[in-house]
Design a protein around this ligand. Structure first.
Ligand code: AGP
Length: 362
């Protein structure tokens, strides 16, 4: 409806779309529930997933980052080997394909030319394809054998926010349903956990001043910034860095904490902002170690930790959610921090320079 594409009282679409994420989570739960309240996936899609001996996720930009998280679900809950590829590289560096591959294209717009080029090739090879998109009837959804919708509502800001979390949520549902059909025990109730995620997102979007302050303290004048994380947090920091660069023009990179000592730590100077995510218990000590290492070299560090793993001196503590679903929640502070960094620096938040909402040329 019309209110979906109007800013209303919001100064920018991006802020509106960040705020819509709890609602989108709830819409997705509803859209993928049957009358009994159980999660369900279209049979054709499910059969395609179950028939695959390996899944190849193909996407660009933020959608690629959602794919990195999706791989974790597909491997951990459905136990299907999964690879994630940047679409523009896939055509030249095509991996050796398994006997029964399934291709999953992730695309908010469903119109991205780089992804479409791979889809065309995949169809020539005769392999099945599933598109996850926010736009029903988009090119990638029409041309694939199967489609799943994201139900995020129109995303207008160039910087993708609610589509990313919607992509991850739909991939978690797909993996959970496939895992159940394969007879695996699910260690948690996904409907309930996604509900907890929605509530946690709300707590974060209700606390905007905190993130505005972090943006002010860490990013108002800097030329560069680093994000670090391990395990699932590593996927999220890559997305965080992309978001910050595209709308604030700060040179930002997301690194695996363990890779710092292999080169990147050379870039740390007095005052270099380093933002760390700490949401995963098994790597908490290691990422804390990385924060100390960069702080000892003068970095201005900001740690965002999940409740239960927090330490004194952390900049922000996000509500506790299931560890596997943490990207849905930990990304929200990074979206808001990027938003305010862009705003403070006087950039065009919704229409950053040199970028288009959907990239329909190769
Ligand atoms: C996200 O903030 C970017 N603007 C961009 O990376 C985007 O995710 C990418 O172009 C892919 O678009 P799609 O999901 O519509 O295919």
């Amino acid at each position: 409806d019309a209110s979906d594409i109007e800013k209303g009282t919001y100064p920018h679409y991006m802020l509106k779309e960040i705020d819509e994420q709890p609602l989108v989570m709830r819409k997705i739960i509803q859209a993928y529930q049957n009358e009994m309240g159980d999660l369900t996936i279209d049979h054709g899609v499910l059969n395609a997933v179950l028939a695959a001996d390996r899944i190849y996720i193909v996407a660009c930009g933020t959608s690629y980052h959602a794919g990195l998280v999706g791989k974790e679900f597909l491997e951990k809950t459905a136990k299907i080997p999964t690879e994630v590829h940047v679409a523009s590289e896939f055509v030249y560096n095509m991996p050796l394909l398994s006997e029964n591959p399934l291709f999953i294209f992730i695309s908010q717009s469903g119109e991205t030319a780089d992804s479409r080029a791979v889809l065309v090739r995949v169809k020539e090879l005769g392999h099945p394809a599933l598109t996850l998109t926010n736009v029903a009837g988009s090119t990638l959804s029409r041309e694939a054998n199967h489609t799943l919708l994201l139900h995020a509502g129109p995303e207008i800001a160039v910087a993708s926010t609610k589509a990313y979390t919607a992509q991850i949520a739909v991939l978690s549902i797909l993996s959970e349903v496939a895992g159940k059909v394969k007879g695996f025990d699910m260690e948690f109730d996904l409907v309930q956990e996604l509900g907890i995620v929605a509530t946690a997102m709300e707590a974060l979007t209700d606390d905007k001043e905190a993130f505005e302050q972090i943006a002010r303290d860490f990013l108002s004048t800097t030329r560069n910034a680093f994000f670090i994380g391990r395990s699932l947090d590593y996927h999220v920091v890559q997305e965080a860095a992309l978001k910050l660069k595209e709308i604030s023009y700060i040179q930002a990179e997301g690194f695996a904490g363990g890779e710092l000592k292999h080169g990147t730590i050379a870039l740390i100077e007095d005052g270099t902002p380093v933002l760390a995510l700490a949401t995963q218990e098994n790597v908490n000590l290691s990422i804390r170690g990385n924060v100390k290492e960069v702080a000892a070299r003068g970095a201005h560090t900001c740690t965002i930790a999940m409740k239960g793993l927090e330490e004194e001196g952390d900049s922000y503590v996000i509500p506790h959610v299931h560890e596997l679903l943490s990207p849905l929640v930990s990304v929200v502070p990074t979206q808001l921090i990027s938003y305010y960094a862009s705003l403070h620096r006087g950039c065009d938040v919704d229409k950053p320079r040199n970028l288009a909402k959907s990239v329909t040329v190769e």
